[in-house]
Design a protein around this ligand. Sequence first.
Ligand code: ANZ
Ligand code: ZN
Length: 820
Amino acid sequence: MASYNHQEIEKKWQARWEKARVGEVKESAKDSENILYHLVMFPYPSGAGLHVGHVESYTAVDILTRLARMRGKQVLFPIGYDAFGLPAENYAVKTGVHPAITTKKAIENFHRQMKAIGLSFDWSREISTAAPEYYKWTQWLFLKLYENDLAYRAKAPVNWCDGCQTVLANEQVVQGFCERCKTSVVQKELEQWFFRITKYADRLLEGLEKIDWPEKIKAMQREWIGRSEGAEIDFHVISETPEANISVFTTRADTLMGVSYIVLAPEHPLVDGLTTKDKRNAVLAYRDLARKKSDLQRTQLEKDKSGVFIGSFARHPMTNEPVPIWISDYVVMGYGTGAVMGVPAHDERDFVFAKKYDLPIKQVIAPVGFDYDDKASGGAYTGAGILVNSGIFDRLTDTDAKQKIVDVLEESNHGRRVVRYHLRDWLVSRQRFWGAPIPMVICESCGYQPLTLKDLPVCLPEDVDFKPTGRSPLLDSETFHTGIVCPKCRGAARRESDTMDTFVDSSWYYLRYTDTANKKAFADANKITHWCPVDLYVGGAEHAVMHLLYARFFAYALHDLGYLSFEEPFLKLRNQGIIFGTDGDKMSKSKGNIVNPDEIVSEYGADALRMYEMFMGPLEDAKPWNINGLVGVRRFLDKVWHMAGRIAFSLSKGELEGVASETASGDPFLRFLHKFVKKVTEDTDALKFNTAISTLMIAMNTMAEAEDVSNQAFKIFVLLLAPYAPHLAEELWEKIGGNGSVFDQSWPSYDPSALLDQFVALGVQVNGKVRGTIQIAPDTNEIEAEKLARAVENVAKNLEGKKVVNIVYVPGRMINFVVQ
Ligand code: ANZ
Ligand code: ZN
């Protein structure tokens, strides 16, 4: 069978689309029903170019966008580049080539590749976060947050990566290692810039209820925010002078009577004062060790626990008995109060600790139904139960005891109910070059002072040495700091030399798309209102907690500052699954299993690539690349091409003229096609692209077998194919005499009455008497038929109060309920 010339056809239509500025939208439509905002996660323009994973999500949304346009919708579908970041800078360190140069080249390559697969973005809105016209507004947003006490500078224990020579956000530390270079992350006390995301913890949690996102992603955000309802309980230190009090945070106040020791984080401010002379050396040595570990390494469950007794005791708030005070690195300073009450019988970590140091293990919760024996069991009992060995609290359930014990503590002023979050403020400063400079200056007499809009953008200087020294490269640029005056006292000052985390850039990019050329504001308020919030956002699930949480925080903050009318930026989110190599492994350079979209486009065509990736399986599933599947899809497209040839030939001979002008009901094949229109439409709307494509394939085979297929039936088929294989569809449309671009046509609607012809009337009987009829496809299964039959009012009436002992179903004929 003849194969179509994809190279020629695809180039031809891409040139036409470019000329016609397909995809470009203006704020004209009035009714909001017809306005959509479709967004894909913009790529980091790496030197490796477009990945088949990009192709997957971008094609998916391109299909939906093209379909929506055929329905008369006005769709904003933009693209840009998340262009700042470490890889370009690391490359610069290695080669000496300026990141601006490598990034520009990479962007040009991405642009070319995305055009080559026929993505119908609004190309007039392309943005790069590394362009001064963009990062000017990233800097302005920083100032807005600063003005409103949502950005601040503080000394804090931070994650430090020696490999990248920079501070990392908690989210960038994976299992104790740097996400980028895999170096083990250590803790350092440094002054850094933070965004106060914790202020929004509750609202970010509540907001999850309002959005249509995968449950998995919502669960990850909930867990990351980590709201814990618990209590702070005070243990007074036993000493003559001075008075000290240790507050512990616990979610298990019910276990208070089982406390056998207290643990402070090694960095806890009370440690120095409470350490007795004989313990001093041991404490100092232990603290040094703890400093070398990240919070995550310290709190991991599996890990062996270690610690030091510091020599002092505190009083148990209920029994007044002395409780020894220890330090251990499994307690971290950044959570709760940095102090914990040890309950070995009911907490795994405490159990391991108590075993190791021979501390008492006292059971206070008994599982209902059987005895718990900590000597026999290998660990703590962490389940529910009733209280034992707890004096006046005995026999209460753990839930009741939690309340009762805190009530008593509150009365005696030894405790209070509190809510704690695992979420930390977002550390945004980076000691790196390739990011947006933080728009502050440092004056010797006035300290940190913010710049104002007229000072922006603070551009990155050219005279920078890329060798990593552990300090910000901008510190050593001369031009960056010359002529800087303090905005307050006009005295000589220096600039802040840290840059912003690239996640700041991507937290607001979708807003900039609505008004990319604006020189006076980050975007015009009316334009934002016109397009936002985003109706559909598709991207990788790896962004569950970083980008997707930060962007939500920005939207809430900008909402509160009066810049946005909405809080949730992305109404509907879907994740594409990972595409593995043919060997089933993750694609990587080292494994040599990377599929290059350029090669596929040149050999099989963009349409085949697009359709194959959509046909591989459900969008959100992980799936391996399979060249046979790609070949199969290409063969299908060739069949379609062949069919068009047949039709065009008949048309030229005038044979089909009559049929072509017939109405839908006059053509049996057309009627049959309605079923396919319904299925392709519904599946595409539901992002079930793989089943939509198999439906197209079935339709094609049916046509291929038919004696003759009307021009009109084939036209409908081409319309259904268009969002999936846009180049070929345009060419076919032209070939069979369609008017204009196939994308200027309306999406075919199906005729429910044409579908009804596929149905038969099925009699519904109760004990042999006909009580109603239902319209049903002959091949409907019994469960479905029974459901439909029961829904008939008269049938339901006759079944009421009766017991159905049997159901007799003869497909296509009748269904009979035998009742008693
Ligand atoms: C006593 C207790 C008994 C605890 C028991 C648990 C089980 P979530 O749910 O994550 O909020 N904890 C509190 N602060 C800590 C810190 N800074 N570092 C390490 N651990 C800390 O966890 C709350 C529980 O984690 C608290 O409840 C505390 O141990 C521990 F049978 O207190 B619990
Ligand atoms: Zn000053």
